[in-house]
Design a protein. Structure first.
Length: 534
């Protein structure tokens, strides 16, 4: 069998490490196919592999490069909550104690980053020596330079030195306080006055965003070269982690970065993926689109991430259909304008219909929609409005194939709806769509409601949840295993973390971690007018 690394084509030449280079293992807690498709993982690995003062090797659940016997750093790119079990599996494989407090002088420093840990690292904090909050373009150079400077110090002193670096969160140096073992968090305090009271997420403000460092046929998106067009999203829907966590909205420079990067990628593959939460809101997107429409790119396959519905034009659909795309994906969340207004989703139904007509006239054969149920303020009439919208869409463009992928609202840290619990009515909404959309010829793809409950638990959890995660590993990661763990451990009830609305004055498990907006500013952006108690 050919090793997956042998089939890679790189966009750069790996540096030859110095004799005293730091020995680093950089892991993705999933299979090679999934991990190598993560643009964030590729970007961080590229930063490390480009340095002469680092010897970096990669580790996945099913593949690895030759690993050093005595690594000094072991890092994880953490993109999906339920991958935590793989993090623990890989630590065991490497012979590293799972709990940071149990590691000694001979053990490597275990660090992690990515959206899961930047949003709320607390459920996993006991497993990491260091959490990097924010963008790797800033954090990785700071990490390597700091570790090189302090490598000769005792472990405890190294942790204290790391805690002084902006964006570096050392969980062992912060103590959560509780009135009792079953009570909510009262505060998260540093152990002493030398440790910063809060840790600020670090934001890359450059106009050169991420591009693929690896192209491989073994990626989940086969042989694709990925280019990040925008970072964050200006829409700021109130449930959306991608908007609030990654502010401010940034765009890639077109002439100096974006187009040259695509040209480089086309030297390796004829498949290009443009990524970002709101690609078509790049102020020069039309220029990029027309550049890709040149005859010399006639054999190129072009894929776009979700685009803003109101920006879908016939010309966009034409170029996509000419470049191998059959459908377009947009996020509408709901067919109810009332509910979208509550969400801060700036979109009218006529714009959705116009987008579908443009897609059909431009030659596409399908449209995929993202939807959501269980949103704060949602009522049954909103479900009926969504079904009514699809009935209208089918009437306007009967030959267009429609798909609705639907999730249940999960509260996310650092968003205006972080204090709301999961709405139990969401499961009924999924069932309603299942019954109502199929007769219209709309393909319905619901995400698991039970999995959404687990995601909510991990999204809102505090540090005590590490006990739950260690227990669940023994029984399997189904919802029943989590509920069983809560019965056996002395903790606040499962319902507190998942379903309960939290008071405005209550401390949040992540209150000591800050993003671009202050906690007060985030809480103010709730149109329901104290839907949670003030």
């Amino acid at each position: 069998m050919v090793a997956p690394f042998d089939q890679e084509r790189l966009t750069f030449c790996r540096a030859v490490p110095d004799a005293d280079a730091l020995q680093v293992i950089y892991a993705f807690p999933n299979t090679y196919s999934v991990g190598i498709t993560s643009l964030g993982y590729q970007m961080i690995w590229g930063l490390l592999a480009n340095r002469r003062d680092v010897q970096v090797t990669r580790l996945f659940t099913d593949a690895q490069e030759p690993l050093p016997r005595e690594p000094q750093l072991v890092g994880f790119s953490f993109s999906w909550e339920l991958d935590y079990g793989h993090v623990l599996d890989l630590l065991e494989k490497l012979g590293i104690p799972l709990l940071a407090q149990q590691r000694g002088e001979g053990d490597p420093m275990v660090f992690g980053g990515g959206p899961v840990l930047t949003a709320n690292p607390e459920p996993y904090a006991d497993f990491f020596d260091l959490v990097l909050l924010g963008d790797g373009e800033i954090l990785i150079p700071d990490l390597i330079e700091t570790v090189k400077r302090i490598r000769g110090l005792p472990r405890k002193q190294r942790l204290r030195q790391l805690a002084q670096v902006p964006g570096f969160y050392v969980p062992q140096l912060y103590q959560p306080l509780y009135a009792g073992p079953r009570d909510p968090v009262l505060a998260i305090e540093p152990l002493d006055g030398e440790i910063p009271r809060t840790v600020m997420k670090q934001t890359w403000r450059g106009n050169k965003l991420s591009v693929s460092t690896v192209v491989t046929p073994l990626a989940a998106w086969e042989s694709i070269f990925m280019v990040e067009v925008v970072r964050s999203c200006p829409e700021m829907c109130r449930f959306c982690l991608a908007s609030y966590l990654t502010l401010p909205f940034r765009v890639a420079a077109v002439a100096d970065h974006l187009l040259p990067a695509i040209e480089q990628g086309l030297g390796l593959t004829r498949r290009i993926g443009l990524l970002g939460a709101s690609i078509t809101q790049h102020p020069q997107f039309e220029e990029v689109l027309e550049w890709l429409a040149q005859d010399r790119f006639a054999d190129v396959q072009l894929s776009l991430a979700s685009v803003r519905t109101s920006t879908v034009t016939t010309r966009l659909a034409q170029v996509l259909s000419q470049r191998g795309s059959r459908s377009l994906t947009v996020a509408i969340e709901s067919g109810s304008e009332r509910l979208r207004q509550i969400m801060n989703k700036k979109l009218r139904n006529e714009e959705i219909v116009a987008a579908a007509v443009a897609a059909y006239e431009g030659g596409l054969s399908g449209m995929k929609f993202y939807g959501m149920v269980g949103v704060p303020g949602e009522e049954e009439e909103d479900w009926r409005a969504t079904v009514g919208l699809f009935r209208e869409l089918k009437g306007q463009t009967p030959r267009l194939r429609y798909t609705l992928g639907c999730s249940t609202f999960v509260p996310k840290a650092h968003t205006p709806w972080q204090r709301y619990g999961v709405r139990r009515e969401g499961e009924k909404g999924l069932q309603f769509y299942q019954r109502s959309l199929r007769p219209l010829g709309v393909e319905f793809r619901p995400e698991s409601y039970r999995d959404s409950l687990v995601q909510a638990l991990l999204s809102r959890g505090d540090r005590r949840l590490s006990q739950v995660l260690l227990q669940v590993r023994q029984w399997g990661d189904g919802l029943g295993s989590y509920k069983r763990a809560f019965k056996e451990l002395v903790l606040p009830p499962f319902e507190y973390y998942v379903f309960q609305d939290w008071d405005r004055e209550a401390c949040l498990p992540w209150d000591h971690l800050r993003t671009a907006l202050s906690p007060e500013r985030i809480d103010q952006d709730d149109p329901l007018g104290n839907g949670v108690r003030a």
